[in-house]
Each structure stands twice: as structure tokens, then as C-alpha cells.
Write a protein that binds this ligand. Sequence first.
Ligand code: FE
Length: 264
Amino acid sequence: MINFKPIELYADDNHSCIMFNDLVTGHGVQANQFLIVSNGQSILLDPGGDLTYMPLTIAAGQVIKTRNLSYIFASHQDPDIIASIDRWLMNTSCKVIISKLWGRFLPHLVSTFVDQHGADIQRRIIEIDDPGQRMRFGKNQVIFLPAHFLHSVGNFQLYDPISKILFSGDMGASIFDSFESIFVEDFAAHIPSMQGFHERYMVSRKVTGLWANMIRELDVEMIVPQHGKAFKGQDMVNQFLNWVAELDCGIDLFSGKNYKIPIV
Ligand code: FE
């Protein structure tokens, strides 16, 4: 059963951050989708693919008029991130924000009937350069932080200075079929649900450490990944940053043993 109920992560009179965490059915991996609404503008984060398009349209429709959606932010290029881009482009007026490494590939996901003029698709894509950037949003701004190689080569995360939430994409992701609380309660007990994923999907301890140093410079109240549970409060945020900054992962763990011609 799909649960359309919006979960409010933050709300004041002009600004709200909303999460949907139960829109995936069947064999898809559990995923969180996020909507930030601020002074009449809206941004949808990592809306996903075919599996979530309809449920997310219904769920987000409880909060905004989806056809007036201002932006979609895609942290990277994967199917569970942005595969439904053609329908969002066709049915809303949104612009799509993504790394410039991936912007040029997005037209491959867009049917020609969406827009007969290829150039127009490009006009609706905002490409972010490697250093990241700030963008005016509502009466405030959001920050697109570089998170390259975590896991995608061109990868960004969104930090919202109003709610102090870091929308971390795959960083901090954990794998659950269903869960009672959306927040991690016992960090040590939570490690097994995220360790294997980070060891294989993240590129190296060098990069997780550099990223953690950048995040420590921000005032982060919550780290909310695209899969699984969120880290709430400075203590939990710090525990995650310390853990991931010290984690051997990706190429740290690879050697000649991983590059053998298969014999079966
Ligand atoms: Fe991915």
C-alpha cells in the first residue's frame, strides 16, 4: 500500500520542507522524495523514475499545484533520481537543476513529443559547475554543495539554510523495507544497514573525509538521505560525519583481486 502522507521536516509561515517516504511499491528500493516550498516557489528533490511519478504527483499535489512546480533538483543521473524527467517536463513548468556532467545526457531520457525543439529541452535544464553554487529561492537561497564521487562523478547535495537540513542524496543512505521512525535512534545499531552500501558505492575515504570537512563548516540540524533514515540533531550528525570520514570504501578496498577475468 502506498502511503501518500506528507511528513513535515520543517515548517514556518513561509517555508516548509516535506518528505514522502513510502511511495515505492513492488521491487523498487525504498526511497525518500522531498519538496521544499518557500514564498511561492517550490523545488522537488530527486523525484525518481516511472515507479514514483504517479504517486509523487498525487502526494505533492496535496501541498502545491504540481503544474506550477518551479524546479526539480537531481543530485545525479540515476534511474531512482531522475528517470521520470520527461513527464515532469511535460506536465509542469519546472526547470531541472543537475551537474553539468549530466545535463547533456538528460535529453536521452526525454521523448521527442515532449518538445519538438531539442534546444528547448536544454533551455529547461540548469547545469551546475563542479564548484556548486547558491541559488535564490523564495526570499532566501539554497546551496548546491559539491559531493562528487559520492557516489556519482558529478554529484551535488542541497543545503537549506532556513531549516538547516542537508539533503544528502546517497550519503547516509540505509536500506530498509519499512521503518517505524524516520530518524536514526541508535547510531551503532544503525551502521550495519548502511555500511555495505557506502563501502561499495562511495569512491574512497579521501573523498568522504573532504566532504565531511566541508559539511562541518555548515550549521546542520539534520542530514536526510534519499534512502532510509535521517540523522537528527548535532550529536547524530557528528556521529555520521565521523563514521563516514574514517570509512575505507570504494577504491580503498579494491585491488588486483577485483580485476580478474571471470572463469565461469
Ligand atoms: Fe545513484
